[in-house]
Structures are given as structure tokens and as C-alpha cells.
Design a protein around this ligand. Sequence first.
Ligand code: EPU
Length: 346
Amino acid sequence: MSEAVRVTRDAPLRTRNTFGVDARAPWLVEVADAARLPEALSAPPLRLGIALVLGGGSNLLFAGDPDGPVLALTGDRIAVIDDDGDRAIVRADAGVEWHRLVLWTLDRGLCGLENLALIPGTTGAAPIQNIGAYGVEVGETIHAVEVFEPSTGQVHRLGRDACRFGYRDSVFKHDADRYLVTAVEFALSRTPALRLDYAGLGDELAARGVATPDARDVADAVIAIRRRKLPDPAVLGNAGSFFKNPIVPAAQADALLAAHPALPVFRAGAAGRRKLSAAWMIDACGWKGHRDGDVGVAASHALVLVNHGRATGAQLLDLARRIADSVHARFGVAIEPEPRVIGAQW
Ligand code: EPU
């Protein structure tokens, strides 16, 4: 096989997951050009099947080793593929680091991704869990997702509707093995339509003395908030929010609110449903800043589990279960992990 496909046996994964836990892949196959996928998939070791598609490793927890070959798509091209002077379609390979893409678009005066600055991970992973922050979800800006379907060998372009985006959800999560995301197209605009509805964002801009922000100001404010609230995975291993905010029937949310008036309750995008703040409930159970050996909860944000050094994935999973159990015991609400757990059942 050519250099566009690189195979490593018994590959260490510690530097390839932002929790920084030890894990090993029996084979790691890196494919730089998606056009080589049919060839790579028909040869050993991928012919055995793919145990895991690895992006930036920022949304997974290795509670054990992957039990088969791991595939990483490493293509990193970004290009404007259509431009009418205002609206532009930007296409990025799956392997492009997400924050590099955000800065690339802002440098060219293209708006739409500014609220999503500094999210760790790759572009190919972004549509899978529909990454979101500070009032925006990536699905809103996605024009199409280019995928390879291993079972048929076909390439498809799925438009936004076909991706069925929801809160931290998409068609790619439900049909996890069907498609490999090879590239993503974004519909961006030179006319800013800034989204400042997230309360903390307006406060941050005001504190910076910015009265009429542009997209770059919004990205800078988001970066400042993230740096303050979320630990840098390069310094303290973590995978961002470990739990999704639970979505419950409105009547249950009303009852909880009556008992706990400070509980933040949000719209859930579906009639009769409400989204609750998992961070607030975890905080109320006393977990924020908790530390037990090398596993813990960030002192700056109750949703973020951290590895203080040599924590194992199994230890982190055990802590996560204890947190979820205590939230369930106190509030009667089940919270679920946001990252994918490898090598164990939740
Ligand atoms: N809160 C606490 N204690 C804490 C942290 C937060 O009580 O330690 C309460 C506060 O009342 C706060 C509320 O929870 O107002 C919401 O907190 P925050 O604004 O930080 O948002 P979040 O719901 O905890 C979500 C995303 C984050 C994203 C932020 C900002 C999820 C699971 N997480 O967190 O995404 O950055 O909103 O938009 O939806 C990620 O997915 O990895 C991630 C970091």
C-alpha cells in the first residue's frame, strides 16, 4: 500500500485521547486520502472490520482496549468550493482539526462557526455528536456531510436534513457503523448573523467593552470563557462535558423546579420536553472539585471529569457511575455519558 495508508501494529493510544489514559490498538490504520479507503478496507487488517474510527480522541473514554483495528482519517485540506460573494460553501476533510477550521473561516471573513471556537477534536467528528456550545450547534451551519459506506463501497453526500441533527445527536450516532465521515461542507456567510443569546457570552463581550461585536470578537469571547471554565486537555486530561444534559417531560421538570428553584431548565427543542442542567445537579451532589487519587471532577466545571496523571479509563468510568447514581438518587433523573465509552458498557 502507498504512503497514503499507514498501518501500525500494537499502537499506543495515550496521546490520541484527550483523557490521556493508556490504551492500545491491535492495529492503527491512518488514511490520508479518502479515495484510498476502498483499497485500505479490502486489505488486512481492516478487512477484519473496524473496531473504532478515531478522530481527535476528544469525545471518548478508553475503559478498555479497542478489540480490533482502529481507523483514523488524516486528510486535512480546507477549501472554498462555492462562493456567491456573500454565501460560501467551505469543504473540510475529516482530519482537519476543528479549531483550525474555525480560525481559517474567520480569517476569510466567513461567519457561522464563531460560537464553536476552541472545541477540541476533528471536523469529521463534529457532525456525529452535533457539537454545540454558546447557543449554536454545528448542524445549523452544515450544508452536507460526505460519507463512505463500507458495506457498498459507495460515496454519498448527505444534506443537512438527512443528517437528522438533534441535541448531541445525528443519524451517524444511530447507525454508527454504516458510514465513515470523510469530509464536511459548511454554508457560511460574509454577513454576520451573530448569536449572542447565551447569557454568559453577552456578559463576556460587555466586560471586554465590545459594544458592536463582529464574528472575531464573538470567537475571542468564547475562547476566553472556555479557557476560564474548561480545563485544557493538554494540561489536565479530560473530554469536555462527560454527561449530556438530560431531557425530561415538562411535568417532571416543573416538579423538580418546585423542589429546587435554582435548577437551570432549558427548552429542549421538542414540545412537552425540557432540558435540565446536569452540571447543576452534579454540583448540588457535592462532586465539583472532587479528587480520589488521579481521578476527579474539575474544580471549574462539575460536568468535566479529569485525569490528574495516571488515572485509568476504568477508574474514570467508575467515578462517572458513582456520580450518575448520586444524581439519580437525589433527583430521580438518569444522566448519560456524552463521550463514547470503549471497552465497557455504560
Ligand atoms: N453549573 C453549575 N455548576 C457547574 C457548572 C455549571 O451549577 O459547575 C450550572 C450553572 O447554573 C450554569 C449552567 O449549569 O449556568 C449551565 O452551565 P454551562 O453554561 O457551562 O453549560 P452546560 O450545560 O454545563 C453545555 C455543553 C458544553 C458547552 C456549554 C456552553 C453539554 C453536555 N455541554 O454545558 O459543551 O460548552 O453548554 O454552551 O451540552 C461539551 O459538550 O463537551 C461541552 C463542553
